[in-house]
Design a protein around this ligand. Structure first.
Ligand SMILES: N[C@@H](CCC(=O)N[C@@H](CS)C(=O)NCC(=O)O)C(=O)O
Length: 49
């Protein structure tokens, strides 16, 4: 499948940026987006296909 990896610069606090907070309101990684679907948390992500 095609996908894009988005680098998050921890030292620049990019994980707390408004853009990343739309992906994960807890301001953490990992986060995953497929169109309107957004998943975050290491438990759920491995089960998405
Ligand atoms: N239980 C969380 C753990 C996520 C987590 O702790 N992420 C860390 C990096 S491994 C993080 O983003 N820390 C930044 C913060 O909490 O501000 C999950 O499954 O998503």
């Amino acid at each position: 499948a095609d996908y894009e990896v988005v680098d998050i610069d921890f030292m620049a606090l990019e994980h707390k940026s408004p853009e990343h907070l739309t992906r994960n309101p807890f301001g953490q990684i990992p986060a995953f987006q497929d169109g309107d679907l957004i998943l975050f948390g290491m438990i759920g992500l491995p089960f998405y296909s």
